[in-house]
Design a protein around this ligand. Structure first.
Ligand code: CUA
Length: 155
């Protein structure tokens, strides 16, 4: 008699799980929350925002940071892959990918985006604490996935 209840409970839980996975996959795949603007992935290199990646001061204590992701690299504007941000600065991050889906997570901060070909992902963050942070790819993108990283120094 009790087996029936457990069977129902088990399949009910499974169903809820599948719905949650399905719904989140659907929403993330079609409309990532941080993506609003579109662009042609083939024109990233000539795009006004992305042709010179890196950090640009745009105001008092305010910066624009553009980063171009591609397998398996983040172009931050220098070969050292280091971005230096003054402590307390507000940074408007814009990023995109030239090829496949990549992640964009600055470990230890609230910055965590998904980069999709054809979309510009944006996030504004104020770096209140000094330290060294690592930008990592948290979406599996191929054999070099684990090599994708850059360093952010808040000084
Ligand atoms: Cu790029 Cu994982």
């Amino acid at each position: 008699k009790y087996e029936k209840v457990w069977m129902l409970f088990g399949s009910g839980t499974l169903l809820v799980f599948l719905i949650v996975v399905g719904v989140s996959a659907f929403y993330m795949g079609n409309k990532p929350p941080s993506c609003a603007v579109t662009l042609d992935p083939e024109e990233v290199d000539t795009h006004t925002l992305f042709k010179e990646p890196g950090l640009t001061q745009i105001g008092d204590n305010e910066y624009q940071l553009t980063i171009v992701a591609s397998a398996f690299d983040y172009d931050v504007g220098n070969d050292e892959k280091i971005i230096q941000i003054p402590k307390g600065a507000t940074v408007h991050v814009s990023s995109t990918t030239k090829d496949v889906i990549h992640g964009f997570e600055i470990a230890g901060t609230n910055v965590n985006m998904m980069l999709e070909p054809g979309y510009i992902s944006t996030y504004t963050n104020t770096f209140k604490n000094a330290g060294t942070y690592t930008l990592v790819c948290n979406e599996y993108c191929g054999v070099g996935h684990h090599l994708m990283a850059a360093t952010i120094e808040v000084i």
